[in-house]
Each structure stands twice: as structure tokens, then as C-alpha cells.
Design a protein around this ligand. Structure first.
Ligand SMILES: [Zn+2]
Ligand SMILES: [Zn+2]
Length: 177
């Protein structure tokens, strides 16, 4: 069976329409993408001292969801994510695993004192979704400047990279593109 992607809307006012992002993700990976709504227990992943959500705790909830063997699922949230060794993360994925999580929180202009730009937010989110799904497809970080698998620490770095896998990453991921 060919792989499919489940793009999971975990709710929240900061989320753009995922139905508009799904075709971008589908084209970049050459895989079918389905959008659905799911409940995640955000409170259970909340760290009171950091006032952020533990991304690994949310990833475990996504892993625990029932799913087919031939799917990759990624949950989209709008809360600030962290892992203990980093002040924040845009998202987290299980390398070669079935699940990932990504947040819009650090992708939206108002956080940086710039006017809201829904188109920019949607493009950044699409790139981060493709990036985290790339990890689930077995890809590590890539040094190619344009490649979506290049590591990004700041939102400006997301803006300068492309939304596509480079030829090397494409061949390693063994997918439909
Ligand atoms: Zn990464
Ligand atoms: Zn690459």
C-alpha cells in the first residue's frame, strides 16, 4: 500500500485553514494528504514553570492515536512548544516513525511585533509540516540551502528556504516525487 499523510487539526485560534495547506504538502511529498480534526489533551503537556507545552508529550499523544501501518500523521497546534534542552521548537518528529507535531506559535508575525500576514503564516506552516514529515520518512537535516530539510532555528531561516525536498533528500525518502 502506498503511504498516506493524515494532517491533524488539533484546534486553536492560531491555526490557518489546513485544507488550503494540504495540496502544498501533497505536491512536495508526492503523497495523498487527508485533513481531519482531532482532540489532543494540551493541558496534560503543559509545563507550568516554563509556561510552554512539552512537544515530546504531545508527540506521544499523536503516536497513541489509532492509525494504519501505511500512514504518517502530523498534528498541528498553536501553542508554544519546547523540548527540555531547547528554549523552543517549531515541531518534533519521530525519525522514520509514524508521527510528528508542529506548531504555528513561533511562525506568526505578531509574535515578532510585525503585522499579521496569513499568507506568510500558511507558507511557513506548510514548510514546517513538510520538514517534520521528512523526518518521519527517514530524512535527517540537509545542508542544501534551498532544501526544506535544512535545519531552521529562526523564522527568518524558514522564510529563505524552499518548500521542496532537494534531489538527494527525494531519492533517500523513497517517495512519490
Ligand atoms: Zn528537523
Ligand atoms: Zn535536502
Amino acid at each position: 500500500m502506498p503511504l498516506k499523510i493524515r494532517l491533524l487539526n488539533a484546534g486553536g485560534p492560531g491555526l490557518p485553514r489546513l485544507e488550503a495547506i494540504a495540496p502544498v504538502v501533497s505536491a512536495a511529498l508526492g503523497l495523498p494528504v487527508e485533513v481531519e480534526r482531532i482532540p489532543l489533551d494540551l493541558q496534560r503537556a503543559y509545563d507550568r514553570s516554563r509556561q510552554q507545552h512539552n512537544s515530546t508529550a504531545l508527540l506521544e499523544q499523536v503516536l497513541a492515536l489509532a492509525g494504519a501501518a501505511d500512514e504518517k500523521r502530523i498534528a498541528v497546534v498553536d501553542v508554544d512548544l519546547f523540548i527540555p534542552v531547547l528554549s523552543f521548537v517549531f515541531g518534533e518528529a519521530q525519525l522514520s516513525g509514524p508521527a510528528a507535531v508542529v506548531s504555528t506559535y513561533r511562525l506568526s508575525n505578531p509574535l515578532y511585533g510585525i503585522p499579521r500576514d496569513d499568507a506568510a503564516l500558511a507558507i511557513r506552516l506548510a514548510k514546517e509540516i513538510i520538514h517534520e514529515l521528512g523526518h518521519t520518512l527517514g530524512l535527517y537535516h540537509c545542508r542544501q540551502f534551498e532544501c526544506v530539510m535544512r535545519s531552521s532555528t529562526y523564522v527568518e531561516e524558514i522564510d529563505v528556504k524552499g518548500a521542496a525536498l532537494c534531489a538527494g533528500c527525494r531519492s533517500m525518502a523513497r517517495i512519490g516525487v
